[in-house]
Design a protein around this ligand. Structure first.
Ligand code: MRU
Length: 356
C-alpha cells in the first residue's frame, strides 16, 4: 500500500461551506458526520469528544474560526475583528491539554489582526485548509522518519488513538505504524483499549482493521505481561509508539493517561519508546511537563460505562485524561522536521530553529 491508499479516513471535512465532523463517539458502529455552523457548537463538539486528538482539535478550531468570522462579518463588517475575540475565547476553553488548539487559535488571530481585505472569509478559509493539508503532509513525513527507526520486523504497542481520526489524516503514531507496516517492519499491532473512552478499542482497532493491519486489543493491565512474555517468541514487542497532546521544551511528553506507565515498562524491559507528533504539538513556552495543564474530565466517565452506572454507589473517582512522561524515558520524538533521540532542552531548541 502507498501512503495515498491510507488517505481515506477523514475526520474533518469542509464541504458546501460547512464544517462536517465525523462523530467519533459513535464509531465503530455508526459512521455519521455532523454539520456545525457556529463557534459555540464547534467548541462543544471538541469538549464532548465528537472530534478528539490534538492535531484534529487544532484543525477543527481553525475551521470554527472561519465560521465565526463569516457570522461576525455578516453582522457588522466594521467591528467583526473585536467581536470575534469572544468566539476565540470560547474555542480556547473547549479542552486544556492539547497545545495544537491554542497554536491554531493564535495563528488565526494573528492573521485576522493583519487582514485588510473587503472579504476576509476567503483568506481565513484558505489558511484553515492549509493547516489541515500541512498536518497530513507532516504525518506522512513523520511516518517515514519513524519507520526508519525500526530496525527489525517486530510487534509494536500503541495507546489511545493517534491515527487518522486524531489528526487531519494518516495519523502520528498510527502514521508511523502505517509506514512501517508498508515497509514490512511490523508483524502486528497491540492496541490498549484505553479506558474510559475506549479510543483504542473503538478507534485504533477500527483504523487498523480498515487498513488490513493485524491488530490485537489489550486491556491496559495486560501490557506488562505481553511485553515480557512476547520477548521469547517470534513476535516480540520492541517498540511502544504513541502520539502526544503537548511536548514541553525539555522533551517531557503529555499524552493519554496511561502513557507514562507504558514508558516505565518500556525502560524496564529494554524496549524502545517513540513519540510521534508534529512540531505544532511542541510548546517551547513551557519549561517542563509540570507546566502542562492536565484535563480532569467528569468522574461519570469512570464510574459508569456506556452511560450506565457500574461502580459501587458511594465510591468517588478521579479522571485525569492525560499524564506526563519525563523526557528521560523517551527514546525518540519523531516530528516532520526530524527525529530527536533522547530529548533534552538543547536538542528541542535545535529542532525548533528549523520551524518557520
Ligand atoms: O482525549 P483524546 O482522545 O483527545 O486524547 C488523544 C490522545 O491522547 C492522543 O494520543 C494525542 O492527542 C495524540 S493524537 C495524534
Amino acid at each position: 500500500m502507498t501512503n495515498k491508499d491510507y488517505d481515506s479516513i477523514k475526520p474533518i471535512i469542509w464541504q458546501d461551506d460547512t464544517l462536517q465532523l465525523l462523530d467519533q463517539r459513535l464509531l465503530p458502529s455508526e459512521y455519521t458526520y455532523i454539520s456545525l455552523n457556529n463557534a459555540k457548537s464547534v467548541a462543544q463538539a471538541i469538549t464532548d469528544m465528537v472530534v478528539r486528538g490534538a492535531p484534529a482539535i487544532g484543525i477543527t478550531a481553525a475551521f470554527g474560526i472561519v465560521i465565526a468570522a463569516r457570522q461576525r462579518f455578516a453582522e457588522n463588517p466594521g467591528t467583526w475583528k473585536q467581536a470575534i475575540e469572544e468566539d476565540l475565547q470560547i474555542l480556547a476553553q473547549s479542552r486544556p491539554t492539547a497545545v495544537n488548539l491554542f497554536w491554531a487559535i493564535d495563528l488565526m488571530r494573528e492573521v485576522i489582526k493583519g487582514l485588510a481585505v473587503d472579504d476576509p472569509i476567503a483568506t481565513l478559509l484558505s489558511l484553515a485548509k492549509q493547516i489541515h493539508a500541512d498536518d497530513i503532509a507532516a504525518n506522512i513525513k513523520m511516518g517515514e522518519f519513524g519507520a526508519q527507526l525500526i530496525e527489525e520486523k517486530c510487534a509494536v504497542l500503541t495507546h489511545c488513538n493517534a491515527g487518522a481520526l486524531a489528526t487531519g489524516g494518516y495519523g502520528t503514531a498510527l502514521g508511523v505504524i502505517r509506514s512501517a507496516y508498508g515497509h514490512d517492519k511490523i508483524s502486528c499491532v497491540y492496541a490498549d483499549e484505553t479506558r474510559p473512552w475506549l479510543q483504542g478499542a473503538r478507534l485504533t482497532a477500527w483504523e487498523m482493521v480498515h487498513d488490513d493491519i493485524p491488530v490485537s486489543l489489550l486491556v491496559e493491565g495486560a501490557a506488562a505481561h505481553m511485553i515480557k512474555t512476547s520477548q521469547a517468541t517470534d513476535n516480540p514487542i520492541k517498540w511502544i509508539i504513541v502520539g502526544s497532546d503537548r511536548i514541553a521544551s525539555n522533551g517531557d511528553v503529555a499524552n493519554k493517561i496511561g502513557t507514562y506507565a507504558l514508558a516505565v515498562l518500556a525502560r524496564h524491559h529494554g524496549i524502545k519508546f517513540m513519540v510521534a507528533a508534529p512540531t505544532t504539538t511542541i510548546d517551547m513556552n513551557i519549561a517542563d511537563g509540570d507546566d502542562i495543564p492536565i484535563e480532569e474530565r467528569s468522574t461519570l466517565e469512570v464510574l459508569g460505562f456506556s452511560g450506565k452506572e457500574v461502580a459501587a454507589k458511594g465510591a468517588e473517582a478521579r479522571n485525569p485524561a492525560f499524564d506526563v512522561t519525563p523526557a528521560e524515558l523517551v527514546d525518540a520524538i519523531v516530528t516532520e522536521k526530524g527525529v530527536v533521540l533522547n530529548p533534552n532542552l538543547e536538542k528541542m531548541k535545535t529542532l525548533m530553529t528549523n520551524v518557520g
